[in-house]
Design a protein around this ligand. Structure first.
Ligand code: FES
Length: 104
């Protein structure tokens, strides 16, 4: 199964973009040239996140209570999200200029 999420050209390095994923919010961003995608739902109580890029790190920051998640793994880094929780990472593939969710 494949679901188109966005045009590859619309995903800028170091910036996040929210897109629709089958009726749920997903967040896409490009880091070091690679596109990443997660369901945009914090593991605390479901808040939305944005990508933050600092000189030595990149993380997803929840707008509601400031939990942080590793941008490449989705692992929670800062409470109140449970530190043993992870964001749901979407498997994706970029082809023909589009980013697709691909269910293996
Ligand atoms: S909902 Fe994300 S920190 Fe509370």
């Amino acid at each position: 199964m494949e679901i188109p999420l966005a045009d590859d050209a619309d995903i800028n390095e170091g910036e996040s973009k929210e897109v629709d994923f089958a009726g749920r919010p997903a967040i896409l961003f490009r880091l070091n040239g690679e596109v990443h995608a997660y369901i945009n739902c914090c593991t605390h109580v479901g808040g939305p996140m944005k990508l933050k890029v600092k000189p030595d790190t990149a993380y997803l920051d929840c707008a509601w209570h400031d939990s942080h998640f590793d941008a490449e793994t989705g692992q929670a880094l800062r409470e109140p999200a449970p530190l043993d929780s992870k964001l749901i990472k979407l498997p994706i593939q970029v082809k023909e200029g589009k980013v697709f969710y691909v269910y293996p």
